[in-house]
Design a protein. Structure first.
Length: 301
């Protein structure tokens, strides 16, 4: 197969591992910076160009699109879809997963367990918003937060009111969620390929920190999932329409709740923690399912 990996940096661990896995299986693989691509959308023959070169029609495309360039990255990916290239994750699914509110609404409609959540921008009903999630302590998140940035814990109602007022002054969209105290500062990352959880690990926040992100000093360890946790992760990935995803769960008194479904999960920490060759499993999946024009949206959504 001819495979293209869309990535802004070929030296990134996940990009490099995916390219290596493709090459080891005998596939012809290229890594291309999607921000340097431009597309011909008016032609009867849709095409993608890179520098002075018109790119060929690939058999499969593996998108590694960063959250800060979602709009342009998915536009380029959509063009590949229109050319008949099989996408590991479709442009529509990536855009859906990157929209915090939309993704939570879809998961809730699908019956997935979630933390009690409120969404607001300039609401003046601060008390009602706090009441929706069960009162303080609670977590506030900017809708575009990532890696723990823009995520705050309000331990008292007064602190919650202050933060909400600050977000209101910024005209920022934000989420208010219940604080799952019983998770003890840990979350579970389930790596889902197709309809199977192929690896799982637990992040535990460092002492004094509630955000369990590696960039904030969290540690990782292998974790054994319950059947309910496996089922929840697979169902969440399916609802989002993702073939590859990282589903983050919290263990609560009322069962597993989903925090987030990532469309571009990093491979380094889960490969190093579990010892599994996730990149090879991804390529295995592509080999089994990749077909021309084999997308649900076909670049139209």
């Amino acid at each position: 197969m001819k495979v293209v990996v869309l990535s802004r940096n070929r030296k990134l661990y996940s990009t490099r591992r995916l390219a290596e896995a493709c090459a080891l299986r005998g596939h012809e693989v290229e890594v291309i910076n999607h921000l340097k691509c431009y597309v011909d959308i008016a032609s009867n023959r849709p095409s993608v160009h890179y520098g002075d070169e018109r790119l060929p029609v690939y058999d499969a495309v593996i998108p590694r699109i960063g959250s800060t360039v979602t709009e342009y990255g998915t536009a380029v990916l959509r063009q590949f879809e229109m050319m008949g290239t099989y996408p590991l994750n479709e442009s529509v699914a990536i855009s859906r997963a990157r929209n915090s509110l939309r993704s939570l609404q879809l998961l809730a409609r699908g019956g997935i367990g979630l933390p009690l959540t409120g969404f607001a921008c300039s609401t003046e009903s601060t008390q009602e918003l706090i009441r929706i999630v069960g009162g303080a302590p609670l977590v506030l998140k900017l809708s575009q937060s990532s890696r723990g940035k823009g995520v705050f814990l309000a331990e008292t109602e007064q602190a919650a009111q202050t933060l909400i007022d600050a977000f209101r002054e910024l005209d920022a969209n934000f989420l208010v969620q219940e604080f799952i105290k019983e998770s003890h500062g840990s979350r579970i990352r389930c790596l889902v390929i197709g309809e199977k959880v192929v690896a799982a690990m637990k992040y535990t926040a460092r002492p004094g920190e509630f955000r369990s992100n590696l960039h904030r000093g969290a540690s990782t360890e292998v974790v054994r999932l319950t059947p309910e946790e496996r089922s929840t992760a697979v169902r969440a990935a399916k609802i989002m329409g993702l073939n590859l995803s990282g589903v983050d769960l919290l263990r609560s008194y009322h069962g597993p709740v989903v925090l987030e479904v990532s469309s571009t999960p990093g491979l380094r920490s889960i490969e190093e923690t579990t010892g599994k060759d996730i990149a090879r499993l991804i390529v295995d999946f592509i080999e089994k399912v990749a077909k021309p024009h084999h997308t649900r949206a076909r670049g139209q959504g």
